[in-house]
Ligand binder design. Structure first.
Ligand SMILES: C[S@@+](CC[C@H](N)C(=O)[O-])C[C@H]1O[C@@H](n2cnc3c(N)ncnc32)[C@H](O)[C@@H]1O
Length: 129
C-alpha cells in the first residue's frame, strides 16, 4: 500500500489508509441532515443519538477531548464516551448537572478521573451561589 501511494503518514508518524470517495459504498452525506429527536426523552431537549455520534466521529479522533458547553441530559457526552473520547460538559441547569452526575457515577470505571473532576467542580460552584 505504501508503494502504491495509499498510505498517508500523520505528524506523529501513524500510518493512515487513504480512502477515495468513489471507492466508498453508500450515499455521500448531504448538507442537510434529517434527524428525529427521541419520542421519550430523559431530558426535554435531548438530541438524536445517531446525529451526535456522527458529529463526534467526523470531528474528532479516538482519545481526543470534546466539549459540549450546553450538555443538557448528556447525550453528546455519553456518545463521546462510547466512541472513546475524553469530554468536558457544562450546563447552567442544576437538573442537567444532576442527570449527568448520575450516569457518570454509574460509568466511573470507564472514565478518566480528570473529566469527572471538571464536572463535579462545576456542580460545587453552582451549589455555592
Ligand atoms: C438543547 S440542550 C442540550 C442538548 C445536549 N447537547 C445533548 O447532547 O442532548 C440545551 C442546554 O443548554 C443549557 N444552556 C442554555 N443556556 C446556557 C448557558 N448560557 N450556559 C450553559 N448552559 C446553557 C440548557 O440548560 C440546556 O440544558
Amino acid at each position: 500500500m505504501q508503494e502504491a501511494g495509499l498510505i498517508e503518514w500523520s505528524k506523529t508518524n501513524n500510518p493512515r489508509k487513504k480512502v477515495y470517495i468513489d471507492e466508498c459504498k453508500g450515499k455521500k452525506i448531504q448538507d442537510i441532515w434529517e434527524c428525529k429527536d427521541s419520542q421519550n426523552p430523559a431530558y426535554p431537549t435531548e438530541k438524536n443519538r445517531a446525529m451526535l455520534r456522527r458529529i463526534i466521529a467526523m470531528s474528532s479522533n479516538e482519545g481526543s477531548r470534546v466539549m459540549d458547553c450546553f450538555c443538557g441530559g448528556g447525550g453528546f457526552l455519553q456518545e463521546a464516551l462510547n466512541l472513546g473520547r475524553k469530554f468536558i460538559g457544562i450546563d447552567e441547569s442544576i437538573e442537567a448537572i444532576k442527570l449527568n452526575r448520575k450516569w457518570i457515577r454509574n460509568n466511573e470505571n470507564n472514565l478518566f478521573g480528570s473529566d469527572v473532576a471538571l464536572i463535579e467542580k462545576f456542580v460545587l460552584n453552582r451549589t455555592h451561589q
